[in-house]
Design a protein around this ligand. Sequence first.
Ligand code: SF4
Length: 287
Amino acid sequence: MTHSNTLLKLRKNLESRTGKAIGDYNMIEDGDTILVCVSGGKDSYTLLAMLMALQQRAPVKFRLIAMNLDQKQPGFPADILPNYFASLGIEYRIIEADTYSIVKDKIPEGKTTCSLCSRLRRGIIYKTAKELGANKIALGHHRDDMVHTLFLNLLFGGKIKAMPPKLVTDDHAHIVIRPLAYCAESDIAKFARGMEFPIIPCNLCGSQENMQRQKIREMMEDWDRRFPGRTESVLTALQSVVPSHLADNKLFDFQNLTLDTPVEEGDIAFDSPEMPISGTFPISLSS
Ligand code: SF4
């Protein structure tokens, strides 16, 4: 494995972004036991590498347990992850559960199977965390996943809702954390290539990414190509919400708005934002 300067720089950048997200959202505390979900894809390998590196120099002590769920998909190379975990010397569990057969049995041919598959997987992960005494569960979702989820909910779900960096599970038994929340997918992909992670293909089940998510991905890739920095900007927006300039009565009391109500951004929020336009803008901004 060659650790070129570029790869080291990339690792440093990803570690610093991961450390910042962990700090900003207080994701890890002293005494935590964290179940790290590793599927064999680039994101989860990177997640594990980041958490192991940060564990070495964190001011708090925490325990990491890597976990892989063998869903019994045809052709799943069951020896890759145990060998990889063993080579790292990390504590790990491989859980075998044939969710593949359940999904194939329940979902008609040609329909996307991901939502049932994810639900089943989630249940097994939570059960494993309980059995192992893990209070936190770390997932490998990154910045682009969060931004894409926002647009999915916005454009197809009628909701301003993304994928949070930290959340409590429905049964209030665990906290789910997403330490890669500030990491760009393209950096993770470069890092995974440089590290030569033994990637397990994610399409063994034969299912395709949901069509709407595919469209959002294409849309954001197109925007980022023509106006670089847009995905980062949307992430920043998720951290800077102005409830008085939305229209949700639950977030802001429009009913009782008076001249004395404190203003957040006032009239300046109506000004057109400055945009670094370097290409042909797809819609007219002028009124
Ligand atoms: S791609 Fe296959 S394994 Fe992945 S969530 Fe969808 S159905 Fe499950």
